[in-house]
Design a binder for this molecule. Structure first.
Ligand code: PLP
Length: 360
């Protein structure tokens, strides 16, 4: 068996240990005589799996008691609509930061429900930085403030938390959740699709302060009402049970590695190795302002785009895949989530050094 070095932005690499454990438990989970996929979601066994996953996630992120953890479906994209449906609570507008492809999509969706006040934007520089805290134009009447704390496509990460005062702060953490400590108490709602840093596609995690529940607009379908899911312990209907089980195995893997602190150390090591190389290269370039660079997603370009295809082909030959940048921005992108071994990035850097020496 040969495993590739997978730089995919998502669905993305998972810890090998987790995949092996899932394989060994596939036909017979803990003597139950069945796969987790075959279990009733209302049975004792699956309820136990789900409760353990929630408890481990709460422990890892130090989630305060006043917050509910929800296991939903529909991806982060469904959250773009659920947020205004639930959080406007009679108000007419919400504040959004426009800092890349994902915040643009969140804004577009919200506009169907309310007035969007763009409180900050980095569009003037092709989304290559996070706005400075001093430039935010927040509206104290806004229903909530939304931002994307790691822009997966642009490779921009906020290394600070905006101060929204008493207005609930809402964040899309899809592509860097569990890679660094989070002060959950600063937020009204945190959401993340699982397929970047948590587990398989099909699961979306929402962490929401309890006082924000129960305000869904009239006519909101029950599946899109946070309170319905919160009251039912995410079991209002059949949850994505197998994805929850794998996410639970990932949470246990993170705990065995040393928790969020260990994930952050590795993220700094991986991204540091790649940025150090990029900063010393005259052939490869990263467009993002230094203090806002992402530890998870690193876009870069070659001095000559005619060499893009040969670069990708050479990488593939060495077992390194999914380095092509997003279709909206071109160039290359290396996504390096929690499960990416540091050695995988070191291999990439070695290849880039050799490629530069040959072509520069
Ligand atoms: C991938 C991603 C999304 C979209 O996730 P889906 O699960 O495909 O809906 C949204 N926001 C961010 C920051 C992402 O990285």
């Amino acid at each position: 068996m040969a495993r590739v070095i997978n730089f995919s932005a998502g669905p993305a690499v998972l810890p090998e240990e987790v995949l092996s454990q899932a394989a060994s438990e596939m036909l017979d989970w803990h003597g139950s005589g069945m796969s987790v996929m075959e279990m009733s979601h209302r049975g004792k066994q699956f309820i136990g799996i789900c409760e353990q996953a929630e408890a481990d996630l709460r422990e890892l992120l130090v989630v305060p008691k006043a917050y509910k953890v929800l296991f939903l479906q529909g991806g982060a994209t469904q959250q773009f609509g659920m947020l205004p449906m639930n959080l406007l609570r009679g108000k007419k507008s919400a504040d959004y930061f426009n800092t890349g492809e994902w915040s643009k999509k969140a804004i577009k969706e919200a506009k169907a429900f309310c007035k969007v006040n763009v409180a900050a934007s980095s569009e003037d520089a092709n989304f290559s930085y996070a706005p400075d805290a001093s430039t935010l134009k927040l509206d104290p009447q806004a229903a909530y403030v939304h931002y994307t704390s790691n822009e997966t496509i642009g490779g921009v990460e906020y290394h600070w938390v905006p101060d929204s005062g008493p207005v609930p702060l809402v964040v899309d953490m899809s592509s860097h959740i569990l890679s660094r400590p989070v002060d959950v108490g600063r937020y009204g709602l945190i959401y993340a699709g699982a397929q970047k840093n948590i587990g398989p596609a099909g699961l979306t995690i929402v962490i929401v302060r309890e006082d924000l529940l129960g305000g869904a607009a009239a006519g909101t379908p029950s599946m899109l009402d946070y309170k319905v899911h919160a009251d039912a312990g995410s079991m209002s209907n059949t949850p994505p049970s197998y994805a929850i089980y794998i996410a639970g195995l990932v949470f246990q893997w993170i705990k065995r590695q040393g928790g969020i602190a260990a994930m952050e150390r590795r993220a700094l090591e991986r991204s540091g190795a790649l940025y150090d190389f990029l900063d010393n290269s005259r052939f490869f370039k990263n467009p993002v302002r230094k203090q806002d660079r992402s530890r998870m997603n690193v876009p870069f370009t070659l001095a000559d785009s005619k060499l893009d295809e040969p670069f990708l082909a050479g990488a593939r030959q060495l077992g390194m895949i999914e380095l092509k940048g997003h279709r909206s921005v071109g160039g290359m992108r290396a996504s390096m989530y929690n499960a990416m071994p540091v050695a995988g990035v070191q291999r990439l850097v070695m290849y880039m050094r050799e490629f530069e020496a040959k072509h520069a």
